[in-house]
Design a protein around this ligand. Structure first.
Ligand code: CP
Length: 305
């Protein structure tokens, strides 16, 4: 059984095949009648120990569009509140003959440990600051749709890199597919150990944006920050916020992404979100990508037309 815990485990060819599959799934998502019987008889458990709007709902729809039965488990309201461990919770769900577990947790490493303990495939829906591989994949898909290919592009990732699992999965995916990645943000929010031949750090926003084809704007993760890491949200916006003026340094056809949820007027201005971003395309692609991953891990041969 394969798991989908990190893009690190998947080759360039694997990722390209998943993107091709996601593109075919997008055609299914756009049909008036979306349901196909590909995963009929399969059961998927969405196990979320952290808040989510996009990931949880798109995994639920992805499973349902493919004909699977989907259950949604949240820590609150469950026996976790009575002291049950997450491992006993996962084993309990597995005993109900589910075919895959999708897990989000605030601690890095939980999906990996769950994958060691369970016999069914485990899909990481975001763990701590470690990885968010389906977000990485949907970002790759959105960029590939715009530019046709990823090789040779300059991708700027701006903001709170320190706390961002999205940044880590994006770096992994974009570098694997041949892009140059620029990490831009305050030194206090820039972790060590991410740089490499294709990954460089910039401490000036305009310099990092110069000639960028893609700008991925990261959410300021106030819930994970220690106090004092940024002076104030206004100052953060003034120095690092993505505005029309700052974007003028990038390529004229720059593609602006944000994984969501957005802090409007902090890391990105509303007019960029509403008039000059691919954020809702990312959301749409999230459903297609999650269908592709579910199909790849628990599907049979061939997507029914
Ligand atoms: N991008 C992302 O993971 O969003 P949610 O937290 O809403 O799932």
């Amino acid at each position: 059984m394969e798991d989908f815990v990190s893009l690190e485990d998947w080759s360039k060819g694997d990722l390209e095949a998943l993107l091709d599959l996601a593109q075919a799934m997008k055609e299914v998502v756009r049909r008036p009648i979306k349901k196909v019987p590909t995963l009929r008889g399969k059961a998927v458990a969405n196990v979320f120990f952290e808040a989510s709007t996009r990931t949880r709902n798109s995994f639920e729809l992805a499973g349902k569009y493919l004909g699977a039965d989907v259950i949604n488990f949240q820590g609150s309201g469950s026996s976790v509140e009575k002291g049950e461990t997450i491992w006993d919770t996962a084993s309990t769900l597995e005993a109900m003959h589910i075919d895959a577990v999708v897990v989000r947790h605030g601690s890095s490493g939980v999906p990996q440990q769950m994958a060691h303990r369970l016999t069914v495939p485990v899909i990481n829906a975001g763990d701590g600051t470690h990885a968010h591989p389906t977000q990485g994949l949907l970002d790759l898909m959105t960029v590939r749709e715009r530019f046709g290919a990823i090789n040779g592009l300059r991708v700027a990732i701006v903001g709170d890199v320190l706390h961002s699992r999205v940044a880590r999965s994006d770096i992994e995916g974009f570098v694997k597919l041949g892009a140059e990645v620029r990490l831009i943000g305050p030194p206090v929010l820039m972790p060590e150990g991410l740089t490499g031949p294709k990954v460089h750090i910039y401490q000036e926003l305009d310099q990092g944006l110069a000639g960028a084809n893609v700008v991925q704007v990261l959410r300021i993760q106030r819930e994970r920050q220690q106090s004092g890491q940024i002076p104030s949200l206004t100052e953060y916006h003034d120095r690092w916020g993505i505005t029309r003026l700052r974007l003028a340094h990038a390529e004229p056809d720059v593609l602006v992404l944000h994984p969501g949820p957005q802090n409007r007027g902090v890391e990105i201005d509303s007019d960029i979100i509403d008039g000059h971003s691919a954020i809702l395309q990312q959301v749409e692609n999230g459903v297609a990508v999650r269908m592709a991953v579910l199909y790849r891990l628990i599907g049979a041969e061939g997507v029914s037309a």
